[in-house]
Design a protein around this ligand. Structure first.
Ligand code: GLU
Length: 458
């Protein structure tokens, strides 16, 4: 069997749409799965949009996802250049071939592709009926997802605009031929172009690649297609919010593909094991941001401890927190790890461990600190904690147990909510005693006193 060669052929626009990232991923998975070659080809024929910045966004996005390419920008390869803007000579050669076999003509300054049947039309207008028959014969091609597709291409189409610019259909097919592409894996929006492309492949005497059209992605909120612009539809929206690349890979794979065993959460390795073209669905996929958040949380839970530490420390540092005391910072992270749903939530969740100016939940304040017994509870907790002998979890537990006993209570839970709010500004968080043990006596007592003062002023 010939080696599989697939390509991801984006037109850089300055942003990396998730739909485009999905196409890249499916090509990459198929290449890696089959021991094939993953080519990155930049379809940069629109000079208005082509900026070094747009290319950078694209390459960074692919790298962030871990989708390494075997041939393309920066890696090079035998079929370069991998930028369409630098392949004019190649298009010229193929155009000449079409011209020499009588398949092109000029009209209004543009170069047209002549569908087979029309040649008769030129020679013999009386054969028009015959010609119509030929033209109506639909193009049949096999799509791996849709099976046999019949499309009739009825009109000649432009190959080169009067401005001299070759059109997408020409350059796309020429490059697929010149780069030896065996499988064309792309979005369903290109299904309608495929009949034209098949005509060109045939006219150039090249075998048809296997077409694989990925289902459309619908917007979760409405009946329409996933939006092209806006918030939350680009890869950068998620990398900026510290989503895990493995979660994006997992989520994108499920946009149109399903593993046979219905498992949902998969590492990239597991995904590679399971991926196959048979699992690609015909029906539309749905883009669901909530599901993406869920997949991300699941990946966060499964992260090896050290990777979690490294990623978290860098996120906290980026948020301006001083994490230089690594023993302390790691202990905080160990304590909070299972409580946060994303790395993006982490800084707000742990700020009070690192700084005295932390966000305060005003709703929680109203609920917890406006009660008649709030101040006495605070004062009792303060007195109890001031006399804790050893500031450890066990020492704190004993202190609170004494407090409960002196009020004839079995458990000290009545004092926990005000204490927690006073030291953290939040109603929830990690277990209270280990949290206080970590915060240390100085921070804990100072904050309790401050809260008491604020309470008396009310
Ligand atoms: N540049 C085209 C796009 O971004 C590529 C189409 C194809 O994969 O054939 O949609």
């Amino acid at each position: 069997m010939t080696q599989v060669r697939v390509r991801f052929a984006p037109s850089p626009t300055g942003r990396f749409h998730l739909g485009s990232a999905r196409t890249a991923l499916f090509n990459w998975l198929f290449a890696r799965k089959t021991g094939g070659v993953f080519v990155l080809r930049i379809e940069d024929t629109d000079p208005r949009r082509n900026t070094p910045e747009a290319l950078r966004v694209l390459l960074n996005g692919l790298r962030w996802l871990g989708l390494n390419w075997d041939e393309g920008p920066e890696t090079g390869g035998a079929c370069g250049p991998y930028f369409q803007s630098r392949r004019q000579a190649v298009y010229g050669r193929y155009l000449r071939k079409l011209h020499d076999s009588g398949r092109t003509y000029r009209k209004d300054g543009a170069v047209y592709f002549r569908l087979e049947g029309e040649r008769y039309l030129e020679y013999d207008p009386y054969l028009k009926a015959e010609v119509e028959k030929v033209r109506a014969a639909p193009q049949v091609f096999v799509d791996a997802v849709r099976g046999q597709v019949r499309r009739a291409e009825e009109k000649d189409f432009v190959l080169v605009r009067s401005s001299g610019e070759p059109v997408f259909h020409l350059v796309n097919v020429v490059d697929d031929i010149a780069m030896g592409i065996t499988h064309v894996i792309r979005g369903e929006d290109h299904l309608s172009n495929t009949a034209k492309h098949c005509e060109l492949f045939k006219a150039l005497g090249a075998p048809l690649p296997q077409f694989v059209h990925l289902p459309m992605i619908l917007n979760n909120k409405g009946p329409g297609k996933m939006s092209k612009r806006g918030d939350g539809v680009h890869l950068e929206d998620y990398s900026r919010r510290h989503f895990l690349p493995s979660a994006l890979v997992n989520f994108l794979a499920l946009l149109g593909w399903n593993p046979k065993d219905d498992s949902e959460i998969m590492s990239p390795d597991r995904l590679l094991e399971k991926f196959d073209l048979d699992g690609i669905q015909k029906g539309n996929a749905r883009f669901d941001e909530k599901k993406l958040a869920h997949v991300n949380t699941e990946h966060l839970r499964r992260l090896p401890r050290e990777e979690f530490m490294q990623r978290s420390l860098s996120v906290l540092q980026g948020a301006g927190l001083d994490v230089s005391d690594l023993t302390y910072s790691r202990a905080v992270l160990d304590l909070c790890r299972d409580k946060v749903r994303s790395l993006d939530d982490l800084p707000a969740y742990v700020t009070y461990f690192f700084s005295d100016s932390y966000p305060v939940d005003e709703k929680a304040r109203r609920r917890l600190m406006k009660r008649e017994d709030s101040l006495p509870k605070l004062q009792q907790a303060l007195a109890c904690l001031q006399s804790v002998g050893e500031w450890t979890e066990a020492g704190l537990e004993e202190g609170f147990a004494n407090l409960a006993r002196s009020h004839r209570q079995k458990k000290p839970f009545a004092w926990f909510p005000v204490t927690r709010f006073a030291v953290s500004g939040r109603a929830g968080g990690p277990d209270l005693l280990p949290m206080l043990a970590l915060l240390g006596p100085h921070r804990t007592l100072t904050r309790l006193r401050r809260a008491g003062r604020a309470q008396r002023k009310e």
